[in-house]
Design a protein around this ligand. Structure first.
Ligand code: FE2
Length: 310
């Protein structure tokens, strides 16, 4: 088979790769075998499996593309930069995983579909432990700017039974497309948690989602530019929902009509998570009687949790 000017051959591990002389092939295979065997004494069977498989796939990649030494050095330099720019407020490794689809693939593997359970999507790099608690009907914005959005729904198990006391974490970028942790002033805004009532219901005031780019002033941004990809994410609101005896759900809801839905930079969009954010004109009475000067929006998101231990 000829592909992109290379003679290729089927391989035991991974995709076809350029054919090389038999002696060279044997030398490369022998090295791989020695590396795989180096894990033979590993006492942890899962670690042994992970390392062996990782090495097989890594070597398959190197041999498939016939990586040059300059490219190897560039890759090491890139990963070094990813490490250097990462700190407790910026997680470039998560961005790299997200933009390569590795995060969504891991989410897919670990959240197999279960009846009508709400689908999961990427966690993203902006969740922070210790968000303030708000009451049902409270406001998660804490001063973050943006069009107010009334969010309501219920949390149930797959049998439709309401889950009282389910913990809902929500977090969001402001209207400028920035999360609180992306500012240098140590603010905490547009993140909160609340608990469902005895009938599994919840509601809160948030901010109507708007599109934003993932941080693209670092090595991941340069990678996206080099391959002609946009750093923009489809507009979304993050949720993490936990309830005893149920699988933790990490997800977003997306805005129907958003033009970025089909080119989200981290591949997070799922049809079932696209919701109608209904626009309300200035002066429209609000569900809780709150007075709002300008326009606002309203969305309903009912959440179904799968049982734990699937
Ligand atoms: Fe986000």
């Amino acid at each position: 088979m000829t592909e992109a000017g290379f003679e290729t051959a089927e391989t035991e591990h991974g995709p076809p790769r350029p054919a090389v002389p038999a002696e060279q092939e044997a030398r490369e295979a022998e090295l791989l075998e020695r590396v795989v065997r180096s894990f033979d004494q590993c006492r942890d069977p899962r670690l042994k499996q992970l390392m062996g498989s990782l090495v097989k796939h890594l070597h398959a990649f190197l041999r498939e593309v016939r990586l040059t030494e300059e490219e190897w050095a560039a890759a090491i330099g890139f990963l070094t930069e990813v490490g250097h720019i990462t700190d407790d407020r910026r997680q470039e490794f998560v961005l790299l995983s997200d933009t390569l689809g590795a995060s969504m693939q891991t989410v897919a593997i670990n959240n197999e579909a279960y009846r009508d359970a709400t689908e999961a999507t990427v966690f993203g790099p902006f969740f922070v432990e210790g968000s303030p608690r708000i009451p049902i009907g409270g406001d998660m914005s804490f001063g973050a700017t943006g069009e107010p959005c009334w969010v309501e729904g219920a949390v149930t198990g797959p049998d439709g039974a309401p889950l009282a006391g389910a913990r809902i974490e929500v977090w969001k970028a402001d209207e400028k497309g920035r999360y609180d942790v992306q500012y240098d002033d140590g603010r905490s805004a547009a993140r909160a948690h609340l608990f469902t009532d005895e009938r599994g219901r919840y509601s809160f005031w948030g901010i109507t989602p708007t599109p934003y780019p993932i941080p693209h002033d670092g090595p991941v941004g340069r990678m996206l530019a080099a391959v002609g990809r946009s750093p923009y994410r489809a507009s979304h609101l993050h949720f993490m929902v936990t309830a005893e005896g149920h699988r933790r759900l990490v997800t977003h809801i997306f805005v129907r009509g958003d033009e970025l839905l089909d080119r989200d930079s981290v591949f997070g969009v799922k049809e079932s998570l696209i919701k109608d954010f209904e626009k309300r004109a200035p002066g429209t009475p609000t569900p809780d009687g709150r007075r709002i000067e300008g326009a606002w929006s309203q969305v309903r998101f009912d959440i179904v949790l799968a049982p734990a231990g699937l």
